[in-house]
Design a protein around this ligand. Sequence first.
Ligand SMILES: Nc1ncnc2c1ncn2[C@@H]1O[C@H](COP(=O)(O)OP(=O)(O)OP(=O)(O)O)[C@@H](O)[C@H]1O
Length: 533
Amino acid sequence: MADDSAPRCGSHGGDPADEDTALVERAADALAGVSLPDGLGDDPFTAGVVTDVRADTGTVTIAVSLDPAGTTGDLDPETADTAVERLRSAVFEVPGVEEVHVEEADAGDDSGPDGTAANDAAAGGEPHGHGEGDHNVHEHPEPAAERTLDGVDHVVAVASAKGGVGKTTVSVALARGLAAAGLDVGLFDADVYGPNVPELLDVEGPVRATEDGAAAPVERAGVETMSVGLLSDGGPLAWRGSMAHEALSELLFDTAWGHTVEGDGDGGERGGDDAALDVLVLDVPPGTGDIPLTITQSVPVDGTVLVSTPAATALSDTARFRDLLDENGVPALGVVRNMDGFTCPTCGDTHDLFDADADPGETLDTAVLASLQFDASLRERLAVDADGDRTTDATGEAELPDAARELASAVGDRLALDDDAPVPEAAVDVRGMPERPRREHVRAEAADTAPGGTLSVVDAAPPDSLLSTVADGFGCAIDRLDPRVRRHDDDRWSLTVERPPAGADPGPDATTADRDGRNSDGGDADRPEVTGP
Ligand SMILES: Nc1ncnc2c1ncn2[C@@H]1O[C@H](COP(=O)(O)OP(=O)(O)OP(=O)(O)O)[C@@H](O)[C@H]1O
């Protein structure tokens, strides 16, 4: 527990209401129990990491100093993010807390109970609101939410709550899969902690300039690439907070997408299309901290592809991250299940590497876009070798893993890249219907669909959760279905499913779909079909 003499709780802006005071006390108790990463001390209060806690009608603000001993320069950014995330998560768990803000303790503020932190929303009586870049505020400027990326049609962020789960692998797989489908694709490696894209795509610094002085991306395997790794000259990157954000923004917005410079300095320019890129994939730094959130907010992101292993802890972290993105107006397109089993080359059996019962789609309440097994050759198959583009030439095309194409297809469908795709004929339109009648209608339509026939449903939002209702109406297990989800425009999404033929095995637990649209068999619920965009 915290030392009672420590500067643990402060009120701000006059006498707080009784419930605010009680909330501050509960939040402080939760914070006192947080175990900080090594090097930051044992107790957040006695270590001086938490300098102030305030509450305002359900919103708790924590003032944090990651330089309590004047040694921040030595603190690596991932540790800083981990510390902030632990503090924030602890407060989130406190009953009555609806929102948590983390702000940097003012350097000049030694923060006693009366400490006043910079950036204090309450000072103006104007608490930070959702979607304004405030959720995890520590040391970064206001996100430039209105900036657009010239010549870029769609932006997809690939993000993960934890490092090392395969985010870069998935970013490259997605970019390459989209390029293989004939789209103009860019890949921006914003992973300040581990910018590995250059290595995978055989891109080297320094960043070259176009005639206009903008940063020129390098094209590899049909993917235009730019990476913070190209700025580091091979040295470690230790950016954090505003420095990282500003440098990343500058590089991202100053990149001349569509104007590539080859390795030998010759320039090239994509012609023809109005837009230089159909899709820009952003490889976002891992974690739920400041940098990932700021990036996804300051760029007009169409949606996020979350990457998670099927481990239960990774899933719960990812679910929290998903909620955070949601609260900040960044929609999740779905999740990629990485390291999802391992097929033994000797016996041919597939083994689970993590808890067998955990299902990312179900835990995260979002669609599973693709699954990648653990495959030691995956990196090599996604990589581009020094001689150029070995996987898109005539013989190498097949080397690109199917999962890369599948992922690209699922993402393409959800971005409505094929804007000519018609809404399926005779689709059941459930837009605007209340939840219960909507499900009952879909269940009845499914029950009326002849075996071997096709049911299509149109909804105003991603209709993944209706799949269990369809399965219920068909009288089969979800994993017997091969659905396709497609976005047609902002408020029209379709779900198309074929009813298994008569006599087909209905599958295990065919009747376990519940009324919330989840199935309880732990199988491939809500998993969309993955075909070419
Ligand atoms: N499905 C897979 N099968 C085998 N190895 C994989 C798979 N996915 C990722 N890896 C390997 O795991 C390591 C980490 O992957 P990757 O760099 O993509 O993760 P990351 O989440 O981007 O990591 P970081 O947090 O460092 O940015 C790499 O060596 C990669 O080749």
